[in-house]
Design a protein around this ligand. Structure first.
Ligand code: GRF
Length: 211
């Protein structure tokens, strides 16, 4: 049996959401927090894209919204160091990547081991990377879905926390499949965060146990 390597903390969590676009997963998490389902507070929404609708939505909801311009930093490491500094200033327990279109550096992964989550619109380890709903349609799989996972240094390969399965229909386009997957994303991402701060996520090796 693997030794227990990590058990998530039972506490009122402080979350930073990092996004590049629409922000519907961020909103789903914030809504769940608002309904009292997740014992946490979103203390920062950070983006690499100035015009990200998710950033505007965060401001509208009265949350701290911060744009870090990649052009201001000489390297990806410098960028992630700045991101880390912002997150640390606010005493963040958990970073939720939610549609963040930038690869995170090992620097960030190592600083936030087991404290960095991502959502991916496929059933990992199938279809890592980009445009995965189109790839699922093109490949002809019967099922796809969504995955919430810890972020490890290898892209899309960290321990899996939750997955939801959706059928791929014969007349699906990438758009119709994306919409069906997104509905599930909005359920399992808040759910994973809820379990996290209920102290119910245990990682042994690369397997995650829900307690
Ligand atoms: C989602 O499909 C998510 O799985 C992927 O990027 C998309 C982000 O959507 N990583 P949104 O910005 O949360 O609406």
């Amino acid at each position: 049996m693997n030794d227990i390597v990590f058990r998530s903390p039972k506490k009122r969590g402080r979350i930073a959401v990092v996004l590049s676009g629409r922000g519907s997963n961020f909103l789903a998490i914030h809504d769940a927090v608002g309904r009292g389902e997740v014992d946490a507070e979103i203390v920062l929404v950070l983006s690499n894209v100035e015009t990200a609708p998710g950033l505007a939505a965060a401001r509208e909801r009265g949350l701290e919204a911060l744009w870090l311009n990649p052009k201001d930093y000489a390297s990806r490491d410098d960028y992630d160091a700045a991101l880390l500094a912002e997150v640390r200033k606010r005493d963040v327990d958990l970073i939720c990547l939610a549609g963040y279109m930038k690869i995170v550096t090992p620097l960030l992964c190592r600083a936030f081991v087991h404290r960095l989550l991502n959502i991916h619109p496929a059933l990992l380890p199938a279809f890592p990377g980009l445009h995965v709903q189109q790839k699922a349609v093109d490949w002809g799989v019967r099922y796809s879905g969504a995955t919430v996972h810890f972020v490890a240094e290898e892209v899309d390969m960290g321990p899996i926390i939750l997955q939801a399965v959706v059928p791929v229909l014969q007349d699906d386009s990438a758009d119709t499949l994306s919409a069906r997957i997104l509905e599930q994303e909005h359920k399992i991402y808040p759910e994973a965060v809820r379990l996290y701060f209920e102290g119910r996520i245990e990682v042994r090796g690369r397997r995650v146990f829900i307690l």
